[in-house]
Design a protein. Structure first.
Ligand code: SF4
Length: 349
């Protein structure tokens, strides 16, 4: 069945054949705590005959979300610890996050901001808070890049996006505006001329980081939406989360990264899953992640290599966790491992 509107309740999901009547009571308990939304494009992509469908796993609630482990945190990457004013996260000197909206077209079951997004989340920044956020950016000349995230900033109307871009245009020291979004994949029809004009309504260079985790997400419509963006001069990079049962095998990852590159999207980040509440069923170990990244290195072009990243819990920023290929033996001698796993000596005095 093809949904004509987004599915936002467990009853909607049951009607669309995405959950069974038996699952419903447990999933209602999940939905009481975490927002639910599946767009028509995503509902159409789910294979209802595959109980392990990697698309369903990302968007359809699971009773496993009710399991909360002691190490999980409501704010796993520590946004609050670096928020000088509402809507701004200033963790690194040269860039800030601007969280204008806390609504998304879909709600990913592994979301690292799941306690902040959704109808019961932090909402949209009020106009006075927006003024304060822009005043903060204007008062900090070290801010070179503004990253619009949230929530998904592309749910804002073109008029509101253009207004944000025009305000950023008046701040000279900001050179780059980056949007983090899932919209081209989950709601590709939203990427129309009005939205693209809005993204370019400033003299700044616009980057768009597309969040996608499985190659099937890049449908013909999604690829066409990305092409419209790239053709208009928006630079696209990717970000993906390494997720158990979704993309935790080298073949799927290789296909995902190649699909990005074929569509002019440079693989950027592959995130180790964060310690978000109720997401332990998605997490694999760091060692497993490093082995997958090593397998990717031997398998696909350098263009297709993302940086494997851990957001250090507590707001301490990102750390690269790609498998180490060089070992210091002392005295200027090193052992270097090639993509086949074979060791070689390297001497550098
Ligand atoms: S689109 Fe991003 S912010 Fe929204 S639910 Fe998914 S991961 Fe979270």
């Amino acid at each position: 069945m093809t949904a004509l509107r987004s599915l936002k309740t467990i009853a909607d999901l049951e009607e669309a054949g995405l959950v069974s009547a038996e699952q419903r009571p447990g999933l209602e308990a999940v939905a009481e705590h975490y927002a639910v939304a599946v767009t028509p494009a995503i509902a159409a992509l789910i294979d209802r005959n595959d109980e392990n469908d990697p698309i369903a796993r990302q968007f359809v609630p699971d009773a496993a979300e009710l399991l909360r482990l002691p190490e999980e945190r409501e704010d796993p990457i520590g946004d609050a610890a670096h928020s000088p004013v509402e809507g701004i996260v200033h963790r690194y000197p040269d860039r800030v996050l601007l969280k204008a909206v806390h609504v998304c077209p879909v709600y990913c079951r592994f979301c690292f901001r799941r306690e902040m997004v959704g109808p019961q989340g932090l909402g949209t920044l009020a106009s006075q808070a927006m003024d304060t956020a822009f005043a903060y950016i204007a008062a900090h000349p070290e801010i070179w890049e503004v990253i619009l995230t949230g929530g998904d900033p592309l749910v804002l109307s073109p008029r509101r996006l253009a207004a944000i871009m025009e305000r950023l245009a008046s701040i000279d020291h900001v050179k780059i505006v980056r949007f983090h979004t899932r919209v081209p994949v989950v709601e590709p029809e939203r990427v129309d001329a009005a939205l693209i004009d809005a993204l370019k309504a400033s003299s700044k260079t616009t980057y768009l980081a597309l969040h996608a985790n499985h190659p099937r997400e890049l449908t013909a419509s999604a690829k066409a939406a990305c092409a419209r963006l790239v053709d208009s001069g928006v630079v696209m990079v990717s970000q993906s989360v390494l997720l158990k049962g979704v993309n935790d095998d080298a073949e799927t990852l290789a296909s995902l990264m190649r699909t990005f590159v074929e569509n002019r999207i440079k693989p950027y980040y592959l995130h180790h899953p964060d310690l978000a509440p109720g997401t332990s069923h998605f997490r694999l170990s760091i060692e497993e992640g490093q082995a997958l990244v090593a397998a990717l290195r031997g398998r696909v072009s350098g263009l297709c290599q993302p940086t494997y990243i851990l957001d250090i819990p507590g707001g301490h920023g990102k750390a690269v966790i790609s498998a180490s290929t060089i070992e210091d033996n002392g005295g200027g001698c090193f052992s270097v491992t090639d993509f086949r796993g074979e060791g070689h000596d390297y001497v550098s005095k």
